[in-house]
Design a binder for this molecule. Structure first.
Ligand code: MSP
Length: 689
């Protein structure tokens, strides 16, 4: 789909599908990525383009996710965000590398494997596979997926540990403290909220262990100074301030080992096999070990940008830079910390039952709409509320309305007035030039916004231009121009300008919606046209005579009312009216004798699966009652229960056993059954009126 034209530019060839799922698995990161924009050769720029955009190097990472749960939209967000940012850098022409993976050691994983009746290895293979499959389904184009159980990683962890140990920064000692197993770390009293872990809202365990300690405290002042010298080392600023806050008081030394006898599932310390590496020390090294194993440390390490959410600020903002310093490895460029997706203002959690699965949304709305919403609706650094309705509203307003309409109207007018062929532009009027300048200014603006982590604004600035293009149609009124031959050239210019605007928008929005933007270019008939960020800063690249190929609407409108009904669920539908029996008098009712009974015996009817035979006591009398409640109650549940019996019903034989009355029970619409019992313990035989 992307190829070189003679000027050594990336060009779009619309005959092929976008290769979104391609992951490069060659050790150099250049091998199998099929979109040639991934490869450094393909990304080669002409000298003047290189000076404008690109020519840099960009390495971005997501956290490596724990394998004790399957992916939810929180994990999907960081991964989609890094996919978006790295696609943007590729478009810009940077030598780009995208790393993600899974964190597979530690107590939590060990416990999860046990709970699932699996060996740790079996279990981590399975869950890591689910992460990879989810990312594939979401069209994530990572370059490497690292697993901490891989030998290539373990070796580097041991090398780094040995280096720090040899330098005298790892010492043996005893430690007591409050430990959250879910976070896999100790908490200070101050960090706890009402005595509980703020992340998991569980009480931590008190633990004393003989461990190895990394002398983190030694690096406290150094890190504090660094955060002053490089104020954007951790960004946005609120998170830098949070880390500075941590550094105001002693941070202590970090326990970096666990006794192997208790936690066998980990990487042994190279100098003491009785201990395994603390999972955070192991996990953080992934960012580096992936490059070591691929032989690309020099190429990418100096450019690393970490993306994490605020939950893991401390390990990334405090443990990791001090570890790197102690190991003599250069520091990362930036730690980029985003907020949390909340569901109805609450944290997502299994116990609340509000976990949102990315694949459910993907299935319903498609990858691109879902990606667009996540990137457009979160201001980086702040929490954001997720709701399906907000997603649908966003899709309708921005994608179906603004962008979808612009394409449909343009294609429609080209079809009606120019036989579906892109005409040559004539002389530009100020309104054409104004729209052109708006689009031409965008690539530079986007580079600045993306560098500044303002992804929502980056996307919206393209949409603003799209809205302006819609207004341009309203202002230039092509349908009026079409009425007179004298305006033919003017109409050509307007239509051509719209095609160029759409082409530019499709490049700029490609990192956020790669599949739909590919489809958009296909409908415009764009082939063999340069496709990179520089091409979005040029005008007039679609050759006159290009045959358009209108297709299905890119973003079908979502029926919000139907969605609201679906979200509200059946409870909110008006209940069906009740049907009543013919009225009776109190005398009629008085004919029925109801009494309290105690169940003495209950057994299966010998000839009928669905019936139980109850022996009930009613004061001095006992009765045999055959009841059709087998599907709802086991016989042993009934013995001793006080129920209500209709005692003066004419006895009937049910499958050979005479039933001397009927037990009262209530049944709801769903067929659930509940026996009528007493709210106080009255004597059996008491009359019910
Ligand atoms: N294994 C560690 C990370 C080790 S990195 C060296 C870990 N894993 S995790 O599975 O718990 O993933 C945490 C990350 O998932 C967050 O930092 C964030 O990237 C993402 N998110 C989890 N829940 C999230 C939200 N509700 N909202 C946004 N992102 C969230 O911690």
């Amino acid at each position: 789909m992307v190829d070189h034209n003679p000027q050594n530019r990336l060009v779009v060839d619309q005959e092929q599908e976008p290769a979104q799922e391609a992951h490069s698995d060659s050790p150099t990161g250049q091998g199998s990525a099929t979109i040639s924009a991934d490869t450094p050769e393909a990304a080669t720029q002409t000298p003047e383009q290189a000076s404008e955009f690109g020519g840099g190097t960009y390495f971005a990472s997501t956290p490596i996710y724990y394998v004790n749960a399957v992916p939810h939209i929180g994990h999907a967000y960081t991964t989609i965000l890094v996919d978006f940012v790295t696609r943007f850098h590729r478009l810009k022409g940077d030598d780009t590398f995208f790393l993600t993976g899974t964190d597979e050691h530690g107590e939590k994983v060990q416990q999860a494997a046990e709970a699932n009746g699996k060996s740790p290895q079996e279990y981590v293979d399975e869950v890591s596979g689910k992460f990879q499959a989810t990312w594939d389904r979401l069209g994530i184009r990572y370059d490497d997926f690292i697993r901490t159980t891989e030998p290539r990683h373990q070796k580097v962890v041991q090398d780094v540990l040995q280096k720090v140990y040899d330098a005298g920064d790892i010492v043996y000692g005893e430690y007591s403290g409050l430990y959250c197993v879910k976070c896999e770390r100790y908490y200070t009293d101050k960090e706890l909220v009402d005595g509980k872990c703020p992340q998991h809202e569980i009480e931590p365990e008190f633990r004393t262990e003989a461990n190895y300690f990394f002398r983190m405290e030694k690096y406290r002042t150094w890190l504090k100074d660094l955060l002053h010298e490089q104020p954007d080392f951790i960004r946005p600023e609120r998170y830098r301030n949070e880390v500075l806050g941590m550094l105001r008081e002693p941070v202590g030394d970090l326990s970096i080992s666990r006794p192997r006898s208790r936690v066998p599932w980990g990487i042994p310390l190279p100098w003491d096999e009785d201990h395994v590496t603390y999972v955070w020390f192991d996990a953080l090294v992934n960012y580096y070990s992936a490059l070591v194993s691929r032989g690309t440390v020099e190429r990418y390490w100096p450019h690393v940008e970490h993306f994490v959410a605020k939950d893991i600020l401390k390990p990334h903002g405090l443990f990791w830079p001090t570890m790197l310093k102690a190991a003599g490895i250069p520091l990362y460029q930036h730690l980029n910390v985003h907020g949390y997706w909340l569901i109805d203002d609450r944290k997502m959690s299994k116990s609340i039952g509000n976990v949102v699965r990315p694949l459910d949304l993907q299935k319903k709305y498609g990858n691109d709409a879902f990606r667009y919403f996540l990137i457009r609706d979160m201001t980086f650094g702040l929490d954001s509320n997720f709701s399906e309705l907000a997603l649908a509203e966003r899709v309708n307003a921005d994608l179906a309305n603004d962008l979808g309409n612009l394409l449909n109207r343009t294609l429609g007018m080209l079809g009606r007035y120019r036989g579906g062929v892109v005409p040559e532009a004539g002389a530009y009027e100020p309104e054409d030039a104004d729209l052109r300048e708006t689009f031409l200014a965008l690539p530079k603006r986007l580079v600045a916004l993306v560098d500044n982590l303002q992804y929502d604004r980056a996307v919206d600035s393209v949409m603003e231009a799209v809205r302006k293009a819609n207004k341009y149609i309203a202002d230039t009124k092509p349908w009026e121009l079409a009425r007179s031959e004298a305006d033919a050239e003017r109409l050509d210019t307007v239509l051509n300008t719209l095609v160029e605007a759409l082409r530019a928008a499709s490049i700029l929005l490609d990192p956020v919606m790669p599949t739909k933007m590919h489809e958009l270019r296909k409908q415009l008939g764009i082939r063999n046209v340069p496709f990179d960020l520089s091409a979005a800063a040029e005008w007039g690249l679609v050759p006159a005579g290009t045959q358009t190929a209108p297709g299905e609407p890119l973003f079908p409108r979502i029926d919000l009312e139907e969605l609201q009904r679906e979200i509200a669920g059946p409870e909110d539908e008006a209940p069906a009216p009740l049907t009543h029996k013919a009225e009776i008098t109190i005398d009629d009712f008085a004919k029925t004798e109801l009494r309290v009974v105690t169940v003495e015996k209950a057994e299966q009817h010998p000839n009928a699966d669905k019936l139980l035979v109850l022996t009930v006591r009613m004061g001095p009398e006992t009765r045999t009652v055959v009841s059709g409640i087998k599907a709802h109650y086991e016989p042993e549940q009934l013995v001793g229960k006080k129920l209500v019996l209709v005692t003066n019903l004419k006895p009937v034989k049910l499958r050979g056993i005479e039933s001397q009355g009927m037990i009262l029970a209530a049944e709801d619409e769903q067929g659930q059954l509940s026996l009528v019992t007493l709210e106080k313990d009255l004597d059996d035989g008491s009359e019910v009126r």
